[in-house]
Design a binder for this molecule. Structure first.
Ligand SMILES: Nc1nc2c(c(=O)[nH]1)N[C@H]1C(S)=C(S)[C@@H](COP(=O)(O)OP(=O)(O)OC[C@H]3O[C@@H](n4cnc5c(N)ncnc54)[C@H](O)[C@@H]3O)O[C@H]1N2
Ligand code: MOO
Length: 407
């Protein structure tokens, strides 16, 4: 490999994200919306609750009447979905259930545990306080409130909020179409029997799952052999299938069989960068192939994951108009001492533990070989060390990125 200076990670990411904005929108039913990105703000169409309602099963009262020892006369019932149409006069009470509208003139609800009932007589055991157990109109939201902003990642919780506004559909970002190509003569599909020198490919599967988790639509291009024709065929296939992004894995380095750059250049690839000051993942490349964004990831499985996590996931978020495109860096303390870092930004795989006082300790795994999928699967964080970082002691602060439970 030539000794050219490597591109800093932040600059490489800026290249990858340049011009990456919302690709398009589509309406989806609410039942399918979690994990998608909201494409337009959600404004409350009405006030919720639209009427003061009870938070308890009990009795609606006027606080002036509902003092300890008082006996009130029951004049009706208000249940969720069934209004009591009258109004409360002195000495009266209305049976009320959770969610029922508070009748006119009532200003408190007494929980039924704090009463004794005999026929239509209700005795109060404890003084009622004004407004107790009453949810005022607009407690949750008011008409015209902006409840969710465009670019929000939808969760089951936020979709429920949308449902509460009265909508049955929601406009979300269209899924970026991501063609995934594994390259290598040594690869056979999962489930196939590897012969001498062969292995079961795993990067393609990993990338497909990562694409889906990040809101994209994976397009499986399968495995290309280490020939220019095979890789070029796959690139043409990606174009025919209207891919927005093509992600390759393997063939990114300097070996005689590392052909991705050459093959895709013949299909119009213009490279933005090749080789990043990153460990693992130095041979990473990115560019544009006639309008299709291209990420060329190294083949070592951990390098593939770290590069996809650091570059592909933010890119897919940006292409869905997400407000939060970047991974969040958090602080933890180191669980072990570490020697000086070399010239690349390091992303060490490790485990987080929480002390009894809530301090997060990050323990890097003892081996950081970029072929080790087992440790990658076990990791729950990446411990980030900038280039040339000084030696660190156990207990020193460090920066980490949590690995999302689905990534
Ligand atoms: N002389 C140099 N050699 C290497 C350098 C270098 O700078 N100079 N860089 C090393 C680094 S760092 C990495 S990472 C690898 C990346 O190389 P490639 O992208 O060309 O990857 P391959 O050679 O195709 O494969 C590497 C390794 O990964 C396995 N692999 C590939 N694809 C898959 C897949 N789909 N599923 C599972 N495993 C896969 C492959 O069998 C190899 O073992 O280059 C270093 N070499
Ligand atoms: O940096 Mo390579 O990506 O060591 O595995």
């Amino acid at each position: 490999m030539s000794r050219q200076p490597l591109l800093p990670v932040a600059e490489a990411l800026a290249h990858v994200l340049r011009g990456a904005t919302l690709l398009g929108t589509e309406a989806v039913p609410l039942t399918m919306a979690a994990g998608r990105t909201l494409a337009e703000p959600i404004t409350a169409l009405r006030t919720q609750p639209s009427f003061p309602s009870s938070a308890m099963d009990g009795y609606a009262v006027r606080t002036a009447d509902a003092v300890e020892g008082a006996e009130l006369r029951l004049i009706g019932e208000s249940a969720a979905g069934h209004l009591f149409s009258g109004r409360l006069e002195a000495g009266q009470t209305v049976r009320i259930f959770t969610g029922g509208a508070v009748p006119e003139n009532a200003d408190a609800v007494v929980a039924q545990e704090d009463t004794v009932r005999e026929g239509d007589r209700v005795s109060i055991i404890i003084n009622a306080k004004p407004n107790q157990h009453i949810r005022p109109a607009g407690l949750d939201f008011r008409a015209d409130d902006v409840l969710l902003e465009a670019g929000t990642l939808l969760t089951a919780r936020s979709v429920a909020l949308v449902a509460a506004t009265g909508r049955s559909e929601i406009v979300v970002a269209r899924r970026p179409r991501v063609a995934i190509l594994a390259t290598g003569d040594e690869l056979v599909e999962p489930g196939e029997e590897p012969r001498d020198g062969q292995i079961n490919g795993s990067n393609g599967i990993m990338l497909e799952n990562m694409v889906r988790t990040a809101g994209g639509e994976p397009i499986e291009l399968g495995i290309a052999r280490d020939t220019l024709e095979a890789i070029q065929d796959a690139a043409r296939h990606a174009r025919d299938l209207n891919a927005d992004v093509i992600v390759t894995t393997g063939g990114a380095s300097v070996g005689d069989h590392d052909l991705v750059h050459k093959a895709l250049s013949a299909e119009g690839l213009k490279l933005d960068f090749w080789r990043v000051a990153l460990r693992p993942g130095r041979p990473m490349m990115a560019g544009n192939m006639n309008g299709i964004r291209m990420l060329g990831l190294p083949g070592n499985p951990v390098s593939t994951h770290v590069c996809a996590f650091l570059f592909m996931v933010p890119l897919l978020r940006a292409l869905q108009g997400r407000r939060d495109v970047h991974h969040q860096l958090e602080y933890a303390v180191l669980g072990t001492s570490l020697g000086e870092n070399q010239g690349r930004q390091d992303y060490m795989r490790g485990k987080l533990t929480l002390s009894e006082t809530g301090v997060a300790t990050a323990m890097p795994f003892g081996r950081q070989d970029s072929s080790m999928l087992r440790l990658l699967a076990e990791a729950d964080c990446l411990i980030m060390r900038p280039p040339e970082d000084a030696p660190r002691s156990k207990g020193d602060p460090c920066r980490i990125i949590r690995l999302d439970e689905h990534l």
